[in-house]
Design a protein around this ligand. Structure first.
Ligand code: R5P
Length: 235
């Protein structure tokens, strides 16, 4: 395992200490969340009783193959705890998510959870969000018009870098689990993440965006010195 993967696993292992018997869990997506599901499955094999809602088809398949009992938000609309990774984490624990394209289900699941623990290695901590291109999930209908409206909103919010349609390694357009496309907005720095989050929601055609404002309860950040709990600055 590379050093980076070992750090992700450390964060995931610490998050597992917050999981209690009988919990209803949101299971995140991405390389860090994958470690958590692996470790959770070991505990399940040892007798831990939990039930999980996966945030993507990838996580659903992983959890299923490892024998983690799954449910849906339709059957279980309230969850105790979601554990998920992030692409960027600011000092207020606002996040950019969606590097793996799972932001829509991730946000629905996090919002349905009493608590959300973000797990990451230290490279994800930033002073201000925006260096990681902001994923914006859009309906395929009217793409050019939606894109122009998003450009206008981004410019008014002081972040007007180029926007690109996400493609896969084979050059084909990336399609989310929900059947939508992703626009990645290179903002460089987002001066007011909460303001931009609500403005983006006002654009018809925007299904969801990767700004997670006020959803994280705390973060577990792994560095070579160990995995530490990080709360919101001032809390
Ligand atoms: O859509 C993907 C998710 O938001 C991931 O949680 C995020 O991209 C972080 O992934 P990773 O743990 O692989 O860096």
């Amino acid at each position: 395992m590379t050093d980076a993967e070992a750090l992700k696993r450390d964060a995931a292992a610490k998050a597992l200490t917050f999981v209690e018997d009988g919990m209803r869990l949101g299971l995140g997506t991405g390389s860090t969340a994958k470690h958590f599901v692996d470790l959770l499955a070991e505990r399940v094999r040892g007798g831990l009783r939990v039930i999980g809602v996966p945030t993507s088809e990838v996580t659903r398949k992983q959890a299923e193959s490892l024998g983690v009992p799954l449910t849906t938000l339709d059957e279980t609309p309230e969850l105790d705890l979601t554990i998920d990774g992030a692409d960027e984490i600011d000092p207020d624990l606002n996040l950019i998510k969606g590097g793996g394209g799972a932001l829509l289900r991730e946000k629905i699941v996090a919002a349905a959870s009493g608590r959300m623990i973000v797990i990451a290695d230290q490279s994800k901590m930033v002073d201000a969000l925006g260096r990681f291109p902001l994923p914006i999930e859009v309906n395929m209908f009217g793409l050019a018009a939606t894109r122009r409206a998003i450009e206008t909103v981004l410019a008014k919010a002081g972040c007007s870098g180029p926007i690109s349609v996400r493609t896969k390694a084979d050059g084909h357009v990336f399609v989310t689990d929900g059947g939508h496309m992703i626009l990645d907005a290179a903002c460089a720095r987002i001066p007011d993440a909460a303001g931009l989050a609500s403005r983006l929601h006002s654009v018809p055609g925007v299904v969801e965006h990767g700004l997670f404002i006020g959803l994280a309860t705390f973060a577990i950040i792994a560095s070579p010195g160990g995995a530490e709990i990080v709360g919101r600055v001032g809390h």
